[in-house]
Design a binder for this molecule. Structure first.
Ligand code: BGC
Length: 255
């Protein structure tokens, strides 16, 4: 087991990729803090899965668009498990709209959850790492869209591009403390964020044809690299993005 005696916070840990991350990190021996905003039942299911694996889990409800709730999440973790070693900034959402129709509310929601929360959750955990002299790990679940345009999702792309630069900047600023920060960037993964795509056979066929490995990813395709980046084996890796996309990002073919 790679993560024995480690404590990991997984934001948005109740469903989708987050749930697979909680299970995988638990299998590697980590104690898991499952954050959720509204899916209480799913958070409970995730907790049960972690416990079946033989690890411990704590559920903390928090709306990560609010800095005081982020601080509460980190404090609850420390109160229960005494420390934090790993933060996985996984919570994220997207809203499809033509650019000219995007509302201020939707823009704020996407940027607050996907970017502001990454900034302040990382800040809260880094304060703890500094205070305890712990060279901890930050792993952001970004997207191929930190690089790749995604028409009708401009706020989403802006948020993921921002996460890319948070990672590069903090790799430099936090390196002297041994703290590492990396991005894992999924492509099209079969999770609730892709609900519309999964229910549109024609669109799904087009997306699949564009993926060299010929299928959508599964949450479990993402969790292995996150466990690795959280482990001691990855101590010399920081400031990088790892794509988990079946080859989607660099796919170009002449018609
Ligand atoms: C988005 C999905 C999209 C995928 C590939 C992800 O970041 O959340 O909606 O299907 O990228 O384009």
């Amino acid at each position: 087991m790679k993560l024995e005696n480690k404590v990991a916070i997984v934001t948005g840990g109740s469903g989708g990729i987050g749930q697979a991350l909680c299970e995988r990190l638990a299998k590697e021996g980590a104690k898991i803090v499952i954050n959720y905003r509204s899916s209480q039942d799913e958070a409970q299911q995730t907790k049960e899965k972690v416990e079946q694996i033989g690890s411990e889990a704590l559920i903390v409800q928090a709306d990560l668009s609010k800095v005081d709730q982020i601080n509460h999440l980190v404090q609850e973790t420390i109160d229960r498990f005494g420390k934090v070693d790993i933060l996985v900034n996984n919570a994220g959402l997207e809203k499809r709209a033509d650019f000219w129709d995007v509302t201020e509310a939707d823009y704020d929601l996407v940027l607050n959850v996907n970017l502001k929360a990454v900034f302040f959750a990382t800040q809260a955990v880094v304060k703890h790492f500094r205070a305890t002299n712990n060279p901890g790990r930050i792993i952001n679940i970004s997207s191929v869209h930190e690089e790749l345009p995604f028409p009708h999702f401009t706020a989403y792309c802006a948020s993921k591009g921002g996460v890319k630069m948070i990672t590069r900047n903090l790799a430099v600023e936090l390196g002297s403390m041994g703290i590492t920060i990396n991005n894992v960037a999924p492509g099209a993964i079969a999770t609730p964020i892709n609900h519309n795509l999964l229910n549109n056979p024609e669109q799904l066929k087009k997306v699949t044809q564009n993926i060299p490995l010929g299928r959508l990813g599964e949450p479990e395709d993402v969790s292995g690299i996150v466990a690795f980046l959280a482990s001691d084996e990855a101590q010399y890796i920081t400031g990088s993005t790892f794509y988990v996309d079946g080859g989607l990002l660099w796919n170009y073919q002449e018609q």
